[in-house]
Design a protein around this ligand. Sequence first.
Ligand SMILES: [Zn+2]
Ligand SMILES: [Zn+2]
Length: 75
Amino acid sequence: MQLSCPDCESELANSGELKRHCPSCDSDFVINVCCRECGQPLQRLKACGAVSFWCDHCNELKSKSTAIYNLVKQA
Ligand SMILES: [Zn+2]
Ligand SMILES: [Zn+2]
């Protein structure tokens, strides 16, 4: 998934699992994965190398293509 910086709209560099870095602003972000249906944070599940997400609130599995990714800037 390609995400852009909310401040300068540069492409963010991958700096780890669910982490991004903006080379222009020198800002670090973590990605909060939320449920499209209920907006609650999703739990990350890893099975057989494939990543999917679990919603406690909907009580069902969510695929990463249907999740919402929110960038949270790190201080
Ligand atoms: Zn930026
Ligand atoms: Zn949900």
